[in-house]
Every structure is written in structure tokens, then in C-alpha cells.
Design a protein around this ligand. Structure first.
Ligand code: SAM
Length: 218
């Protein structure tokens, strides 16, 4: 893929329209909408496909994976209630678009991807467009215990169950957002850790994610 990092009126206008589309679909957190309006999603696409970048759709990014639909990114981000300085573990870096949204909101991001091709590309692209998370290559279904605990954990692939390891790596008062279900559809689940072994779980809307593949997953 050839990378060209320019942002013209066409892309800026399309980004504004995308924000309005997401607002109409129910995204209400102004900070999240502002971040969507600021992160240049076309930077994650080959220039040939820039006309697709601000449609509210998922799109192939190679290695059989997708950049998530903007609505899904905004929905998961809203559920995380990011505060400036939050330490966030993101499982499934993909192309890094969600990572940039978290960074825009002031989070300190630890992001892990199991596909080497995506890990290599994202570790090159993100610093080049001004975003600096902590990148990891490996099986994120086990979390990253050496940097735990995290204030927030976001899983961007569909899991069969909530991995116990992720609950353990959540700080008390922390929030986990994870799609849980079978290969065809998953329910978005948020878990609030209220005590060392106490959790409050809320099951929300249905989505379709690529599978979370790993030791504690599919
Ligand atoms: N949010 C990403 C973005 O903005 O591009 C999209 C993520 S994509 C829907 C899900 C990603 O999770 C894929 O890149 C996939 O390789 C990755 N993945 C699946 N299982 C994983 C695991 N056990 N550990 C780390 N990454 C995993």
C-alpha cells in the first residue's frame, strides 16, 4: 500500500458529514464525535479507496481483517467513558483507527495485534501521522499482564466468552467493553469492576465482528 497523508476540503467535508450521520444514529458523547471529526480515517485507506473512507461501513484492511465501521468505533468508545490519562488496553489494533480515537481522547493506549502484517504496518503508519500508542504483537486474549491494571479495556473482535484474564487485569472502577457471542453475531457487553471479585455486567446491542482468535478465545 502506498501511503499519502494529505487532507483536503473533500475529506474534511466528508468527515463532518460522517459526524452528523453518527449523531443521527444515536452517538451522543460530544467528545467522541469531536474525535471522529478529527481523526483522518482516509489515512488508513489506499488512495484508490479514499471515496469509501467516510462512509459508515467496515472495510477490508488485509490479512482477512477489517477497519471497524465508524458507528461501531464510536459506540464502543462511548461505553468506555474515557477520561484524560486513562490507561487503556486495546485488543485488536487492526489498522489503528480506533487506537487514534482513544489517543485523541487523552488515553494512554497499550494496543495488541496478533497479525504480524497489521502490527508492522500500524507501527509504521501511526507515528507518521502523529499518534504514539504502545504497540504489542501477540495474543491479546491473554491481555498484557506486565502492564496491568488498566482503567479501561476494549476488545475489537468477537469473543466466545469474556476472558477471565482480562477481568483480572482491570483496575477496580475500570470498564471492559467486549463483543460476546458466536461467529455470526455478538452482543456488546460492558463490565464494570466494582470490587476485587465483583463485577456489574450490561448486555447491549448486536454487532458482527471478526473473531477474537487465541488461547482464551476461538
Ligand atoms: N479497531 C480496529 C480498527 O480500527 O482498525 C479494527 C479491528 S478488527 C475488527 C479486529 C482485529 O483484532 C483484527 O486485526 C484481528 O487480527 C485482531 N485480533 C483477533 N484476535 C486477536 C487476538 N487474540 N489478539 C490480538 N488481536 C486479535
Amino acid at each position: 500500500m502506498a501511503y499519502k497523508f494529505t487532507d483536503n476540503y473533500k475529506e474534511q467535508g466528508a468527515r463532518k458529514k460522517l459526524v452528523e450521520v453518527l449523531r443521527k444514529k444515536g452517538i451522543a458523547d460530544e467528545k467522541v464525535l469531536e474525535a471522529i471529526g478529527q481523526v483522518k480515517r482516509h489515512f488508513f485507506f489506499d488512495e484508490t479507496f479514499w471515496n469509501q473512507a467516510y462512509k459508515d461501513i467496515a472495510f477490508p484492511i488485509g490479512a482477512g481483517q477489517t477497519i471497524s465501521q465508524p458507528y461501531t468505533v464510536a459506540y464502543q468508545t462511548e461505553l468506555l467513558h474515557i477520561q484524560k490519562g486513562d490507561k487503556v488496553l486495546e485488543i485488536g489494533t487492526g489498522c489503528g483507527y480506533q487506537t487514534c480515537i482513544l489517543l485523541k481522547l487523552g488515553a494512554v493506549v497499550y494496543t495488541i495485534e496478533r497479525q504480524e502484517q497489521l502490527y508492522e504496518r500500524t507501527s509504521y503508519v501511526l507515528p507518521n501521522i502523529g499518534y504514539k500508542p504502545n504497540f504489542f504483537l501477540g495474543d491479546g486474549s491473554k491481555g498484557i499482564p506486565e502492564h496491568a491494571p488498566y482503567n479501561k479495556i476494549i476488545v475489537t473482535a468477537g469473543a466466545p466468552v469474556i476472558p477471565e484474564t482480562l477481568l483480572q487485569q482491570l483496575a477496580i472502577g475500570g470498564i471492559l467493553v467486549i463483543p460476546v457471542g458466536d461467529e455470526k453475531s455478538q452482543k456488546m457487553v460492558t463490565v464494570l469492576k466494582v470490587g476485587e471479585y465483583d463485577y456489574e455486567e450490561i448486555v447491549l446491542d448486536t454487532f458482527r465482528f471478526v473473531p477474537l482468535v487465541g488461547d482464551k478465545a476461538w
